[in-house]
Design a protein around this ligand. Structure first.
Ligand SMILES: [Zn+2]
Length: 164
């Protein structure tokens, strides 16, 4: 609601902490009180309070009050729990996840055999009883071609988090 007001004051990477909305009895006035964590122009995390008033009688007003600095740890912790996409820690998590996915894809492409009957890449499967991993045709049960996985490859797949 008042996100734009915080941005307009030059703050970035905003975490919404708390939101309070009061409506007048006539329902013609709305009061908002919102608490944010944000980075200021110098990249310092600060707590910011926005009070806004919406009325059908008067133009919208918003006050942005800087309530002082907070620690980077607190800012990052809340940014992560609130899924704020552009917090530094969250960005790092996303980058790590992208890297992992790219590594997994590359590894799979490298080690996955092609089904000799169907000419398609096999897929990773796990034996239900013995729990061992193997490659099988994705056209199963129409095609029951399987191939076991060598120990080295198995270890690489485990390290990449593709199998348990
Ligand atoms: Zn096949």
């Amino acid at each position: 609601m008042s996100f734009e007001d915080v941005y307009a004051r030059g703050y970035r990477r905003i975490v919404l902490l708390d939101q309070e909305h009061t409506e007048s009895a006539s329902q013609k006035d709305d009061y908002y009180k919102e608490s944010y964590l944000a980075l200021d122009r110098d990249e310092m995390p600060r707590r910011v309070l926005v009070t806004a008033h919406h009325s059908i009688f008067r133009p919208r007003t918003a006050d942005v009050t800087d309530c002082g600095p907070v620690s980077y740890e607190e800012y990052n912790r809340l940014a992560v729990t609130e899924n704020i996409l552009d917090s530094p820690r969250w960005s790092q998590k996303q980058a790590d996840a992208r890297d992992l996915l790219a590594r997994q894809k590359a590894l799979l492409k490298e080690v996955t055999p092609i089904c000799p009957s169907c000419n398609r890449p096999l897929v990773l499967r796990q034996n239900r009883k013995q729990k061992n991993w193997f490659f099988g045709c994705d056209r199963y049960p129409d095609c029951d071609y399987t191939v076991s996985i060598f120990h080295n490859t198995l270890r690489r797949l485990q390290q990449a988090g593709l199998i348990t």
